[in-house]
Design a protein around this ligand. Structure first.
Ligand code: 5AD
Ligand code: SF4
Length: 464
């Protein structure tokens, strides 16, 4: 395509697709809002769009490959009309280089540069190829009202950006930069607005929500926090933020993700237990059950510490569900380490989890300094073993709900049967039940009659 033919004065429609985590979905809403406020129009139709944005993720090579394949599939559009392709979000170094050398791509924009999107698009329309990927010490987008689809009742809201943890396998600290917390008052205000608009549930997002911290001005980081913690009584940490939100918006369900075993405090567990509107579910990635591997991963906790945290959660909030992320086949993982992961899973019996096999990411410590020395077939075998074990544990946990009555917030129509609603209980378990006269957004009482490893099935009953 000849970029000069791009008609800058024409109505410009953008189409956006998102890959990866909830944070990317939340970022999409910020990007859409910025573009709508700058004269661009959103479309869900590729044929209409003259700007195509892919919000990328580089956490594992499989996800990166999926985006590259998607681009190849969309390539034909460029033959039909003048069209711009932009890659947003978490771009690994190899991705950045690859995309800049790629004739298909007009611009790449990192997660901290979204406010520049309108001007970058306009320059691209004139034929410039642009890459804007800088990490910011301040940007939290707290003055942007995210675009949220109408008639939805659950929303994501980012409370921190970036990560300071430096797990050796993880690309996030490089693609999303150092950790920044967002002004708590803007978070509370946004939650209040969401509630007034009819939202019934908000999920607070951060790579590590437990290290949320605010001292009264923009973008300060954990390092500084540690220095002045003892002197500054006005600090708002994650437990305080949860407490404030639960009190200010008492009828809003509050969820959060992701928790970090190293940073989760007793105070957080106590606040969750204290408020009925804070959901009783904690996503607590463990990654491995072996101390040797946890150390190589720089996870900063031991198996014993992790298990004692689980004990603490269970004793303070007995009804709390717990989910995990586990990675198999990390550098130097042997059969004994793998068995330690299995035994940890047997001890915790998680409600559900997300499981991956290690994929070395260029630029990370493990890529540079450690050997990816577990053969692919062993990684796969171990992954399958933990997936099968998790399935058994999920079934074990789901069985316990039979005959019990659950309070369910209705989110939408079941994908499998349009006569059924689906919703979630406080433990984040999906529950499906006949629609009756219920409506989306209502909280109803469901008696559980059946289960699969991922879903509970029941019938609505009258409130007692
Ligand atoms: N390879 C495989 N899995 C990874 N994760 C993060 N980085 C990698 C990697 N290089 C997984 C971790 C993390 C989740 C979001 O993705 O389990 O908790
Ligand atoms: Fe990555 Fe570790 Fe930060 Fe999670 S806590 S985003 S795994 S560096």
């Amino acid at each position: 395509m000849n970029e000069k033919k791009f008609n800058v004065l024409k109505k410009n429609f953008f189409y956006i697709e998102s890959y990866g985590c909830q944070m990317n979905i939340s970022d999409n809403e910020i990007v859409i809002s910025i573009l709508l406020n700058n004269g661009f129009f959103l479309t869900e139709n590729l044929k209409i769009a003259n700007i195509i944005l892919l919000n990328s993720c580089s956490i594992r090579s499989k996800v990166e490959l999926a985006i590259k394949n998607r681009l190849q599939k969309l390539k034909y559009l460029k033959k039909e009309k003048p069209i711009l392709f932009g890659i947003l979000g978490c771009l690994s170094n190899s991705m950045k280089k690859n995309f800049l050398d790629n004739n298909l791509i007009n611009f790449t924009i990192g997660p901290d540069s979204y406010k520049k999107i309108p001007s970058i698009i306009r320059l691209s329309m004139k034929g410039e190829k642009i890459s804007h990927i800088f990490s910011s010490k301040k940007e939290t987008y707290n003055n942007i009202k995210p675009f949220r689809k109408k008639n939805k009742i659950t929303a994501f809201l980012s409370i921190t950006r970036g990560c300071d943890n430096m797990c050796t396998f993880c690309i996030v600290p490089f693609t999303r930069g150092r950790e920044i917390s967002r002004d708590p008052y803007s978070i509370i205000k946004e939650c209040e607005t969401l509630y007034k608009k009819g939202f019934k549930e908000v999920t607070l997002l951060g790579q590590n929500v437990d290290s949320y911290v605010w001292f009264g001005s923009d973008g300060l980081k954990k390092r500084i926090y540690k220095k002045i913690y003892t002197e500054n009584k006005k600090i708002i940490d994650f437990s305080k933020l949860l407490d404030l939100l639960a009190i200010e918006i008492p009828f809003m369900r509050i969820r959060f993700s992701t928790s970090n075993p190293h940073d989760m405090s007793n105070k957080v567990i106590e606040v969750i237990s204290k408020h009925s509107n804070i959901c009783k579910h904690i996503h607590l990635p463990v990654q491995s059950g072996s101390d040797k591997i946890l150390k190589l991963m720089n996870r900063k906790y031991t198996r014993k510490q992790y298990l004692s945290l689980i004990q603490k959660i269970k004793s303070i909030i007995p009804e709390c569900s717990i989910s995990h992320d586990i990675m198999t086949g990390f550098c130097n993982e042997d059969e004994k380490d793998h068995q330690e992961t299995i035994s940890l899973m047997n001890e915790v019996k998680y409600n559900y989890g997300y499981m991956f096999s290690y994929s070395p990411r260029p630029g990370t410590y493990s890529y540079n300094k450690l050997k990816d020395n577990v053969p692919e077939f062993i990684k796969k075998k171990r992954l399958q073993e933990i997936i099968d074990l998790q399935r058994d544990h999920s079934i074990f946990q789901m069985k316990k709900y039979i005959g019990k009555i659950q309070e369910v917030l209705i989110e939408g129509e079941s994908k499998k049967n349009n006569q059924y609603w689906y919703g979630k209980n406080t433990q984040n378990i999906v529950i499906v039940f006949p629609k009756k006269t219920y409506k989306i957004g209502e909280t109803v009482f469901i008696k559980i009659m059946d289960y699969t490893s991922a879903t509970l099935m029941g019938i609505g009953i009258e409130k007692k």
